[in-house]
Write a protein that binds this ligand. Sequence first.
Ligand code: FES
Length: 128
Amino acid sequence: CTVLVDGRRVNSCLTLAAVVEGAEITTIEGLAHGDTPADLSPLQAAFLEHDAFQCGYCTPGQICSATALLEEHRHNTLSTVSFETGNLTAPELTDNEIRERMSGNICRCAAYPNIVAAVRAAYNGGRA
Ligand code: FES
């Protein structure tokens, strides 16, 4: 149920509407720039390219979460893994960093390896 509220990821099912009144809310539908495959966000395209889903139930939340993840990483936001590596100024976005930063999003189909690959591909593409 992850959506973006003013660019930050939140669980929509645990968020009171009154608390986010006036905020910019972005769902999976708001990440694409149009209705054609070419209009998909780089993360949406990477999820397709890397088969990063099976049933697709968790996919909107995974992509919204990964969108915020890349933005957080751009701003050098730290995770638990960052502290383990000791790089606290500009943490490298390793697979462990991606796994840790995506750990709140559960996939019952266990598409995790492909989700990590998709996030990495979008990151290497330089955009989210
Ligand atoms: Fe089925 Fe994630 S793709 S729950």
